[in-house]
Design a protein around this ligand. Structure first.
Ligand code: SD4
Length: 292
């Protein structure tokens, strides 16, 4: 059993997953429940997660979220979804109950309503801070926010099932309808019970061009450790784009032995717990230094 999360603020979520895993919960329930607690918390919205996240250019908080199990074909996602404090729960319902795997915008809203969610006013998704940041954006027409957070979680349960989940309000002040890497399979997340799982965070418009999570999981399948797999993918991206064009991307991976690894183009804090540890801990992955 093991659990990991992106960025330092994921510690509470990894602790939640540790408790649930120890109590016998399945990986998907762990990821969903731990994610929901932080998604719905206005305090963590400033990390670009659901309620309290930054709105788009039109002032509306639109969220992307996805969940993938390590069993083949088990994936669900929503994108550009407004008015729901727990977008990953809707993504899970898409996986479990819808004939399709990804719903966006109005279609995602209609499905969420069908499932019993009430679509909240945008004002309930905002905080005083996100409103102030939006007003500043309207004045300057550019974002002063350098935030590239996003909550990515992975859990490995006692039955050997691995699940990855990602939730984000996306790039601050994005165009309405913009979809980032987070809900795209292989880009923001990937899971395979024969190898492990990976999640990504950072500049989604660039990340989605490289399918980095799929790549990490394939390398783990070939025998690389999570750390070496993440490092190899970051190295490959750096070689392809060159030092000047390198963008923000952080990867974290977990294999079926419960080993954890990360790599990133920026200094990247993450949190993890593996069976035998008394509590979840923080770790810091130093930035990868490209040679060319
Ligand atoms: C995205 N990776 O939508 C996410 C969140 C983020 O700047 O970092 N946005 O691109």
């Amino acid at each position: 059993m093991a659990a990991v999360g992106t960025w330092a603020f994921s510690l509470a979520a990894v602790e939640t997953m540790r408790n649930l895993l120890a109590g016998g919960s399945g990986a998907t329930d762990c990821v969903q429940q731990a994610m929901a607690e932080l998604e719905n918390d206005k305090e963590t919205g400033c990390y670009l997660v659901a309620r309290g996240g930054f709105p788009n250019k039109a002032g509306v908080v639109q969220c992307d979220a996805a969940i993938m199990e390590g069993l083949p074909g088990r994936f669900g996602a929503v994108a550009a979804l407004p008015g729901v404090g727990v977008p990953l729960t809707v993504a899970r319902m898409v996986m479990d109950k819808n004939a399709h795997n990804m719903l966006v915008g109005e279609g995602a809203v209609a499905f969420a309503k069908e499932q019993g969610f009430s679509i909240e006013d945008n004002s309930d998704m905002m905080t005083a801070e996100s409103l102030a940041a939006y007003e500043e954006f309207l004045e300057n027409r550019k974002s002063s926010s350098k935030n590239h957070d996003t909550l990515g979680l992975i859990a490995l349960d006692r039955l050997g099932n691995v699940t990855a989940g990602v939730s984000t309000s996306g790039a601050p002040f994005k165009d309405p309808g913009r979809v980032g890497d987070s809900p795209l399979p292989g880009c923001g997340l990937y899971a395979d019970n024969r190898a492990g799982a990976a999640v990504a965070t950072g500049d989604g418009d660039n990340i989605m061009c490289f399918c980095p999570c799929f790549h990490v999981v394939q390398l783990m399948k070939q025998g690389l450790s999570p750390a070496d797999a993440c490092q190899s993918v970051i190295q490959d991206i750096c070689h392809r784009v060159g030092k000047k064009a390198i963008f923000e991307i952080g990867l974290i991976a977990l294999n079926m032995k419960g080993e954890v690894g990360a790599a990133s183009t920026v200094s990247f804090p993450y949190t993890f717990w593996t069976h035998g540890m008394a509590a979840a801990e923080r770790a810091e992955q130093p930035s990868y230094k490209p040679l060319n």
